[in-house]
Design a protein around this ligand. Structure first.
Ligand code: F6P
Length: 543
């Protein structure tokens, strides 16, 4: 079957399933729970609560095969130029490849990774055993990461997720925003003598990060730290060593990054240093090991048993055949609070594209809006829309079987997670509402008035990803799962997941606007709305 024939057959599958209840699919296939479940790298994906049957799944898998998914995965892992607009490979998986398992053609890159891991280990050891001292000889008590996007979201999310493994002697903070409130409020918790900044910027040209770095340096200077001693307070991770040295960072304190690692895929590199400082190097290596387990699964499993392929296909199915426009990420784990924000960059910066890799316009609907927050908090805010809103929003529930904290409270958390996915699926029909209202003693008039408000359509799809515990290893596998899901979808949509030209225009325009806010003599010719806003700024700031 050619691609168009497959797409047509998928459209037919959708029409057939549009009138089918997920609950009926369980009746039709007594083994559905097993048939729609996949296990890998310590994670289990239950995708049985979806509007999908065996024949639709097979058609989706055929489509993935037709788009050459197996070959494309191979290319990803072996360093092909999967990012042609920047003429780069995307070797984030190599960052977690253990010694001895690296493809021969990537030995040189791998050697640099191993050396960098060794340097990270020495830095972490020297901070943790208090050999690393600040300008007055005090040991380091606070680490502040200065970075944004991929140089912030990944490390911040993982550091928060691994809270149970934190080194209690050290406090780790993440400052990203160019709004000085972020830096100033963070520094109010720190002492200059005992604060180490990790300055994370692959390009070393990002305005937000460099502005915050200058703010941090002057905070140190004001506290009496001389320029000669600044090196004791700054470690930089960058692919642009020249610019970092120009900024005044000592070459000894610069850890490398490489063109072949994308920013949003970089937490496995030295960009993850704050994670290792917040926890320890063994923890960081476990994180890498978990991701590597998922890499092996992704590389070696046939599409039908391949967790990232299945997850990617499900997202593709809903965006393109059910016209869903957003995807909720619902971790039932307080430690995974930042996971939805991390995935927003990972998925939307990667696949928020309208142009195919060959330069032609995309014919399908690409990345949905990714959003969500941790359960059970979300239940008391936006879940209402998931249950009774006019749009269908597929949801990914993520939950561990065991807690690091109180198991009795975890029982409630777990029950809530299950209750939500079940409520989305079963809903509540009119008869059930009427029976309930009658039992509650309502009059006929009240019942007629209330019933339409209380009916819940149900049949709303979700996945549930479970793991034993949220450990560094299972976390690594979880992140790698979504990284690979993103890649799978880019193959289906035939787009480049590894560039991000869309973010450039805003940066360029900011460069033209910023000077006009401090210098009114600069001739401007912006649009009327922007002009009016600039005048308000000048009026308020007396310029
Ligand atoms: O603005 C987008 C972006 O380019 C992201 O892709 C990247 O993660 C972030 O900025 C930070 O870039 P850098 O690490 O080069 O400072």
């Amino acid at each position: 079957m050619d691609t168009q024939a497959l797409i047509n057959s998928l459209k037919k599958e959708q029409i057939k399933l549009a009138d089918t209840k997920i609950l009926n699919l369980f009746e039709q296939d007594p083994h559905r729970v097993d048939n729609f479940r996949c296990t890998a790298a310590g994670l289990t994906l239950d995708y049985s609560k979806n509007r999908l049957d065996q024949s639709a799944l097979e058609s989706l898998i055929n489509l993935a095969e037709q788009r050459d998914i197996t070959q494309r995965i191979k290319e990803l892992f072996t360093g092909h130029t999967v990012n042609p607009t920047e003429d780069r490979a995307a070797l984030h998986s190599l960052l977690r490849t253990p010694q001895g398992s690296c493809p021969t053609e990537l030995q040189d890159e791998h050697q640099q990774i191993i050396e960098t891991l060794d340097r990270m280990s020495s830095i972490v050891a020297s901070v943790h055993n208090e050999q690393w001292r600040g300008f007055t000889g005090k040991a380091i008590k606070s680490v502040v990461n200065l970075g944004i996007g991929g140089s912030d979201l990944g490390p911040a999310m993982v550091a928060k997720a691994l809270t149970p493994s934190h080194n209690e002697k050290l406090q780790c903070y993440f400052v990203s925003n160019v709004d000085s409130a972020h830096l100033q409020q963070t520094l109010s918790h720190c002492h200059p003598e005992s604060t180490l900044f990790t300055l994370s910027s692959k390009s070393f040209t990002t305005v937000e990060t460099l502005t915050n770095a200058r703010g941090a340096r002057s905070w140190l200077n004001q506290a009496g730290c001389s320029e000669d001693d600044i090196a004791r307070h700054f470690i930089t991770v960058s692919a642009n060593i020249e610019k970092a040295v120009e900024f005044g960072i000592s070459a000894d304190n610069i850890l490398p990054m490489w063109d072949w690692v994308g920013g949003r895929f970089s937490l496995w590199s030295a960009i993850g240093l704050p994670i290792a400082l917040a926890t320890n190097m063994d923890c960081f290596k476990e994180l890498l090991a978990g991701a590597h387990d998922m890499d092996r699964h992704f590389e070696q499993s046939p599409p039908k048993d391949n967790m990232p392929v299945i997850l990617g296909l499900l997202g593709y199915w809903y965006s393109n055949f059910w016209q869903t426009r957003s995807q909720a990420i619902l971790p039932y784990d307080h430690c995974l609070q930042l996971f939805p924000a991390f995935l927003q960059q990972l998925e939307m910066e990667s696949n928020g594209k309208s142009c195919q890799i060959n330069g032609e316009p995309v014919q399908e609907t690409t990345c949905p809006v990714i959003w969500g927050s941790e359960g059970t908090n979300g239940q008391h805010s936006f879940h209402q829309l998931l249950h009774q809103g006019t749009q269908i929003i597929p949801a990914d529930f993520i939950v561990a079987l065991k807690s690091h904290y109180d198991q009795e409270q975890h029982r409630l958390l777990f029950a809530n997670c299950l209750a939500q996915s079940r409520a989305l699926m079963i809903g509540k029909n009119e008869d059930e509402v009427i029976t309930e209202l009658t039992a509650a003693g309502k009059t006929e008039e009240q019942i007629n008035a209330l019933t339409p408000h209380k009916v819940m359509p149900g049949n709303r799809p979700s996945n549930t990803i479970t793991m034993d515990h949220l450990t560094p290893k299972t976390l690594g596998a979880l992140i790698a799962l979504y990284e690979h899901k993103v890649f799978v979808q880019s193959v289906l949509w035939q787009i480049n997941a590894f560039d991000q030209w869309g973010v450039e225009l805003g940066k360029q325009l900011c460069e033209t606007i910023a000077p006009t806010l401090s210098d009114t003599s600069i001739e401007r010719n912006f649009d009327p709305s922007s002009e009016q806003l600039i005048r308000s700024y000048h009026q308020r700031n007396g310029s």
